[in-house]
Design a protein around this ligand. Structure first.
Ligand code: NZQ
Ligand code: ZN
Length: 388
């Protein structure tokens, strides 16, 4: 196991109706003027936004609001949010929504405390401060409620890029599984796919003897595989939603990734897909992850066989571990199909002739992508082709 530091100070408030206490927690974490940030209307329709505002008003906290975050959140709204924060003296950003709303809130929190362009932080500039961000989560997927990451798409070129920093971990997150019961089946499945991908980006590693994090990863994957069909059959299944909600958090706050090299090439290849075609991130991952697996499997066939046996219940073929490994990838693909996810470019509306564009957007040049196998530009092209 590699050396690591792990500091994950987000305070989680989990359970039914907990959103009604949001004012109390903002007070506890020092907020006095809040920007409430939300998406395209689901939180208005459900009445959640009103309940959040009531809680703030009851606690005597003043607020302004900015809605309109779209999936694959855009830079334009971030610039607007930053301007509001500076003009209104906002000292706290509250995200009410899914990963896109949280990521947009993090970007605003970053930009509100810098004089330059917030986008520089999404092009490698080191983050040194940000306003505190908190979340009321409505969609289990991205894990942004406990993660260091924020992913924004710049309208100029539709480049989708990430910033990462401990300063971007929410100070608190309210997780009420009931709020996710209104999710359409497709979003539920996209969310499950994304959670699984967060685990697998960590699972496929060259670091040896990482049994504890291997087992944590496998436990999360098994949970998602078990729970998501229940939530699809009965969207109001509280226990399934609750298990998925916590799985999404632990899948990405890095508790199962510490002490081991992580890969993340599939996420970067997917970000180019969702940047270009504006598809759901989870759907893009469903297309890219099996393709990546098929391409890199022989690099460590035993790890893929372990994945097949422990996660997908395949029988180990000791003479031919590659057969077991391939079976695991097959079962993973079948599972994705069973929950309604696309597994090929065409199902996503992506086109083979755009592959050069996708490769170019990654901008690798002589550099490589990922760590499990360090992918060259040519490897990346071949993986996109496998996904066709
Ligand atoms: O905008 P509204 O009206 O709220 O509708 C949203 C949106 O259309 C809807 N929705 C959310 N909660 C709902 C609901 N509909 C009904 N009931 C509810 N309770 O769902 C749609 C999708 O929402 P979005 O926030 O875009 O989804 P998700 O949470 O999957 O976030 C995706 C974004 O997160 C990024 C992705 O790249 C993508 O841009 N990621 C962020 C990460 C991070 N910050 O650590 C890591 C991830 O790997 C990922 O890259
Ligand atoms: Zn993801």
């Amino acid at each position: 196991m590699n050396n690591f530091n792990f500091y994950s100070p987000t305070y989680f408030v989990f359970g039914r109706e907990k959103e009604n206490e949001v004012g109390k927690y903002i007070q506890r974490f020092g907020g006095s003027k809040v920007l409430i940030h939300y998406g395209g209307g689901s939180v208005v329709k459900s009445g959640l936004l009103d309940r959040v505002k009531q809680s703030l008003t009851a606690t005597g906290i003043s607020f302004c609001e900015l809605g309109g975050v779209v999936p694959n959140p855009r830079s334009g709204l971030v610039y607007q949010g930053i301007e509001i924060c500076k003009k209104e003296g906002v000292d706290f950003v509250l995200a009410v929504g899914g990963g896109s709303v949280i990521d947009s809130s993090k970007a605003i929190a970053l930009g509100a405390l810098c004089d330059g362009d917030f986008w520089d932080f999404y092009c490698g500039k080191r983050v040194e401060k940000a306003l505190p961000v908190a979340t009321v989560l409505t969609l289990t997927a991205a894990g942004s409620e406990g993660s260091t990451g924020s992913v924004i798409t710049h309208e100029n070129g539709m480049l989708k890029r990430a910033a990462n920093s401990d300063f971007l971990r929410p100070v608190f997150s309210i997780l009420n599984p009931e709020l996710t019961c209104s999710l359409p089946a497709y979003q539920t499945a996209c969310g499950a796919t994304d959670m699984m991908a967060h685990v697998m980006e960590r699972y496929f590693t060259n670091t040896k003897d990482v049994e504890i994090t291997d087992r944590l990863c496998e436990g999360i994957l098994l949970t998602v595989i078990n729970e998501v069909p229940k939530a699809l059959v009965d969207p109001d299944d509280y226990e399934a939603r609750a298990n998925l909600m916590w799985a999404g958090m632990v899948a990405h706050n890095d508790i199962c990734g510490v002490g081991r090299e992580q890969d993340w090439s599939t996420h970067q290849m997917e970000h180019e897909l969702s940047g270009l075609y504006d598809v759901a991130h989870g759907a893009g991952l469903a297309v890219m992850f099996p393709a990546w697996m098929k391409y890199v499997m022989m690099h460590d066939v035993n790890r893929f066989a372990q994945f097949a046996v422990r996660v997908w219940g395949c029988e180990m073929d000791f003479q031919h571990p590659e057969i077991t490994a391939r079976k695991g990838i097959e079962r993973y693909e079948q599972f994705l199909t069973s929950i309604g996810m696309p597994v090929r470019f065409s199902e996503l509306g992506a086109k083979a002739e755009d592959i050069p564009l996708l490769v170019k957007a990654l901008g690798l040049g002589e550099r490589t992508l990922g760590f499990f196998v360090k992918l060259t530009e040519d490897d990346v092209r071949k993986i996109y082709e496998l996904a066709v």
